[in-house]
Design a protein around this ligand. Sequence first.
Ligand code: NAP
Length: 255
Amino acid sequence: MGRFDGRVAVITGAARGIGFGTATRFAEEGASVAVLDLDEGAAAEAAGRLPLVEGAKAVGIGCDVSDAGAAEAAVERVVSELGGIHVLVNNAGITRDNLLFKMTEEDWDLVIGVHLRGAFLMTKAAQKHFVEQRYGKILNLSSVSALGNRGQANYSAAKMGIQGFTRTLGIELGPFGINANAVAPGFIATEMTDATARRLKMEPEELRRLNAEHNPVRRVGEPADIAAAAAFLCSDEASYITGQTLYVDGGAKLG
Ligand code: NAP
């Protein structure tokens, strides 16, 4: 018996990285899963690789979460193809790092658009169903960068914004049987952090090694570390937890 038997989970930006790791964990625990990503082909291919339990289904849907029409259409497609929606993970994300004086308006708008506007639009589309059925779990991806990070004014503003958004969802939606929480990952080995390494003119392995050296638990995170926290926060075991942000960073921001 899995924690998500009979549930339908929607995960944005899930063709790879943390999103795919989380989709995998939900599938292992019994959920039917909708993999949303910019490219429908990549989303469908990822959906095809999920370890579904018997009777569960998966679908890959192309969706730019910062587009209101696309977000609404994706949620309706999930409901019609998978038979409902119970869990939403707002994971899709991008970075456009630069020091403030070099950051363009486009870099600012793109990052705020995907993380904050995207989470807002997807949540708005899903909450109609959640409120109607008096059940829903929302999990938003914040970051340790919410606490401030050089070269990430746009990203850190978006990720702290996610924490305020999550607290407000907790207050507004709690009476309807809906929990909303966030996880704030530290350094997780994905294409996003590999791209950061390349921008810093480093090999991805070198950046991972440096981060591991400075981390209290002496390793970097893997998508499965975030997936485990996401699965707990979206499970019925966590039904008295809402509006919270859980830092999953090996203690990186403790000192
Ligand atoms: P990733 O490997 O770059 O994956 C992100 C996925 O989101 C990609 O498949 C990307 O598609 C998709 N995406 C981008 N814009 C989108 C949009 N507008 N609509 C739908 N999908 C979109 O990143 P990750 O490292 O797994 O990060 C996942 C989440 O965790 C992000 O919110 C990130 O900010 C957060 N996070 C990551 C870390 C870390 O260390 N990795 C730390 C803290 C927080 P394309 O490939 O087509 O662009």
